[in-house]
Design a protein around this ligand. Structure first.
Ligand SMILES: Cc1cc2nc3c(=O)[nH]c(=O)nc-3n(C[C@H](O)[C@H](O)[C@H](O)COP(=O)(O)OP(=O)(O)OC[C@H]3O[C@@H](n4cnc5c(N)ncnc54)[C@H](O)[C@@H]3O)c2cc1C
Length: 498
């Protein structure tokens, strides 16, 4: 039987700075594969938003392979079945891929594949993804390792000629077989390495000037934020590539004494690239953070919830204009900026008292950039169950005042409120009956009354959380969580354990 090595593309869908591809290009007989695994596609965190992005990314790769007279083999089956079938026909000698820090499904898949390789004498070569380090037991020294990785030269881009045809399917053929409910949305992002590079350049040279001032408002964020998260999540670009391009741009700005806000913005942006890996590292070291509170003293905190409240939150009909506008914007576009994500989750967790395990699965489907390591840890943090982070309860009325005082965003996404006078736009339920008729917005008919009393629900939430936080059990567990996962950079949170 012919021997073949396999380059397995997972969430590293690019040609440049790709260590697995570089290593694979040294093999004599090599084939490139991508697996559409039904276990991943049918999981409760996946949707057509992700599938579209993956397909676009793969189509770009396929074109590059074809241009170089190579084949790109796509399968639709469980990963183990695919590898078994290939092994039966060709006899696999090596599998070359990246480590993936994904959800529980990919964690289990990778364990199964590792065992299969061991049992069948297949060499498994897995390369590090970005700054995520495997087999660490705590965070001591992680920052140093991250810096070391980021200053390394980028991996040179090899030619992709000679990749074998395994008689699998093309991207189109494979995706046609997938049955998934199609959700309609505005295409704000197209997957693929070329789109990732263009997005990075437009941010660094044009859109990013006022990033630090404009990232928090949904009115300005879609222009001023990088919008790179989906490209990073699917590996259309690496963190190292983004960081090194940013450093170059910073050097240029300094040399040319251009100080119109650019340097401050790019410095904030660079810190977030570290956060990206910092959060994923937590899930890498503790995969059950997808469904377990980081601090178990908070278990049972939100045991049940009102399904009607959950429905109204999901539909964007809570009676809080900023919450409703953000939810509708997110679902239409597959993306929203950080502060508005945090506000949506804070409102669900504190004011509606819904467990983060329920809301995180719902929103993962709408975030094209869904990255389990960031996602679940942010949900835990915004729900007060990590023990080591400050409790931040976002007031949606204040957020609206601060970030959409002219009501441009709210009026666009909650058109029921189009004619509500600006003085009432944060509190439409306070309009007199006469005014409601005049502006064509009857509260309770065209737009709902607020779903909760903001003050009372906030006070209750604080009391429940702080009561647990004060217990000895929570203090001990929070300290352990900090030792395992806490950033070793100077932080006000360190005082927590004094
Ligand atoms: C509840 C909640 C869930 C989230 N889920 C995800 C997720 O699934 N995937 C995801 O990539 N981000 C997630 N984030 C973090 C953040 O909101 C997004 O990374 C950011 O809004 C993406 O837009 P951008 O690329 O324009 O970011 P920019 O502001 O331009 O930042 C650049 C990059 O830095 C990283 N980054 C930025 N903010 C954070 C942060 N707070 N934590 C970690 N990394 C960060 C991202 O990779 C981002 O692409 C979540 C935040 C919250 C509050």
């Amino acid at each position: 039987m012919k021997k073949v090595s396999i380059l397995w593309f997972k969430k590293n869908l690019r040609i440049s700075d790709n260590s697995a591809l570089y290593r694979a290009s040294k093999e004599q007989k090599i084939a490139a594969i991508y697996i559409n695994d039904p276990d991943i596609i049918n999981n409760d965190d996946f949707s057509s938003y992700h599938l579209d992005f993956i397909k676009e990314s793969l189509l770009e790769l396929e074109i590059i392979f074809k241009k170089n007279k190579s084949s790109f083999n796509v399968y639709y089956d469980k990963a183990l079945n695919v590898l078994k079938k290939i092994n039966e026909t060709y006899s696999i000698s090596k599998i070359i891929t990246h480590y993936e820090t994904g959800n529980w499904v990919t964690y289990c898949r990778d364990k199964i594949i590792t065992n299969y390789c061991k049992e069948n004498g297949i060499e498994l070569l897995e390369y590090q993804s970005n700054g995520i380090v495997r087999n660490l037991s705590d965070r001591d020294g992680w920052s140093h390792l991250w810096n070391k990785e980021m200053i390394k030269n980028q991996i040179s881009t090899p030619g992709v000629s000679g990749f074998l045809d395994l008689n699998a399917q093309s991207v189109h053929e494979s995706f046609q077989k997938i049955k998934i409910k199609k959700k309609k949305y505005n295409k704000m992002f197209f997957g693929g390495e070329s789109h990732a590079t263009n997005t990075l350049h437009s941010f660094l040279n044009d859109r990013g000037n006022y990033y630090s001032k404009e990232m928090s408002s949904p009115v300005t964020a879609d222009k001023s934020c990088s919008r790179l998260s989906s490209y990073l999540a699917y590996g259309n670009i690496s963190i190292k590539q983004v960081l090194q391009e940013t450093k170059k741009r910073q050097a240029f700005l300094r040399e040319n004494k251009i100080r119109t806000g650019w340097l401050k913005s790019l410095s904030s942006f660079s810190s977030r690239l570290r956060w990206h890996c910092h959060f994923i590292q937590k899930l890498e070291m503790q995969p059950n953070l997808e469904f377990t509170n980081m601090v178990r003293a908070y278990d049972g905190l939100r045991e049940s919830y009102d399904p009607n409240a959950f429905t109204r939150w999901k539909e964007g009909s809570t009676g809080f204009p900023m919450i409703d506008a953000c939810m509708r914007f997110l679902k239409s576009n597959g993306w929203i900026n950080f502060r508005m994500r945090a506000m949506l989750v804070s409102f669900a967790s504190y004011n509606l008292w819904i467990d983060w395990r329920v809301t995180s699965k719902y929103l993962s489907k709408y975030f094209i950039d869904y990255e389990p390591g960031i996602h679940y840890n942010q949900f835990q943090m915004q729900s007060g169950v990590t023990g080591m982070n400050a409790i931040r309860i976002y007031n949606p009325v204040k957020q609206q005042q601060d970030h959409d005082s002219g009501a441009k965003f709210v009026r666009k996404w909650v058109p029921e409120l189009l004619n509500v006078p600006i003085e009432y736009i944060q509190y439409p339920h306070l309009l007199s009956e006469k005014m409601q008729k005049k502006v064509g917005c009857i509260i309770g008919k065209h737009y709902p009354t607020p779903i909760v009393d903001l003050k009372i629900s906030t006070l209750k939430a604080k009391k429940y959380i702080y009561d647990i936080r004060a217990t000895q059990k929570a203090k001990i567990e929070s300290k352990k969580a900090y030792i395992k996962h806490g950033s070793r950079r100077k932080s006000r949170n360190i005082n927590l354990f004094k």
